[in-house]
Design a protein around this ligand. Structure first.
Ligand code: SF4
Length: 235
């Protein structure tokens, strides 16, 4: 399918779910970016996102005027944010093209709006309408029952975390939809396991137990990280 010339209504091929899940989890660990069939879409550059840039992204920082950057709240010194203009557009988007594409921030390289399709959640309100529309158009394929089970588990994870915030310590629950979708992708296997167990035994696990398992799975995922401590890197 030629994504570049696809109409706004046409479904977009998101790929086989289990392969995509492996790719996005690997990209989250290695932070080496992920290939997304964006075509002409610039929704993530025009949707009022603050772009986090780390001190070690020297080439990126060299290509962005300092006056466009400000200190990232709550992160170590040297971490900065690139804001957006009154229309929600990234100031580096010039004539509908990223003017620093070769040096674009890791946050941009790691961003994949299929996370919202995978988690079954919206990217946000009106200022994220383009991303919401794009996320609705992505269609994953399922070559095996495992693909379907994994997708259901990611969605179950997102739903549980959203609906059981009280089961988590303060500050443990992600503050925005991108971070929530990414957490669901990191801990989906907890819900594969519990669903399986419940199906076999009919036992319903207490919410607190599931919440504890979610935090444990997230900690385990984070131990695989290969980059510097000053994450998060999501939009
Ligand atoms: S730096 Fe480039 S890719 Fe990143 S949001 Fe701005 S225009 Fe888009």
């Amino acid at each position: 399918m030629d994504v570049k010339n696809s109409t706004e209504k046409q479904d977009l091929p998101a790929g086989c779910f289990s392969s995509w899940l492996r790719q996005i989890r690997s990209a989250l660990i290695k932070e080496n970016g992920i290939d997304v069939l964006c075509g002409e879409c610039k929704a993530c550059c025009t949707s009022s996102y603050f772009i986090h840039i780390r001190p070690e992204e020297i080439q990126t920082l060299k290509h962005i005027p300092g006056k466009l950057l400000f200190a990232a709240p709550g992160l170590p010194k040297g971490n900065v944010l690139l804001g957006y203009d009154k229309n929600g557009h990234c100031p580096m988007l010039i004539e509908d093209q990223c003017s620093i594409y070769e040096y674009r921030p890791l946050t941009c390289r790691n961003f994949d709006c299929r996370i919202f399709t995978a988690a079954g959640i919206a990217a946000g309100g009106d200022n994220k309408a383009q991303i919401n529309q794009r996320a609705k158009r992505w269609k994953f394929t399922y070559s095996t029952q495992q693909d379907r089970d994994q997708h259901s588990a990611v969605q179950a994870a997102a739903k549980f975390i959203q609906e059981h915030a009280q089961c988590f310590p303060a500050g443990e629950i992600p503050g925005n939809p991108s971070q929530l979708a990414i957490l669901a992708i990191k801990v989906y296997d907890v819900f594969l396991e519990y669903d399986d167990e419940s199906d076999k035994t009919g036992h319903v696990f207490p919410d607190l137990k599931i919440a504890k398992a979610v935090m444990k799975a997230n900690e385990k995922f984070e131990t695989q990280h290969v980059s510097s401590p000053s994450s998060p890197q999501v939009k």
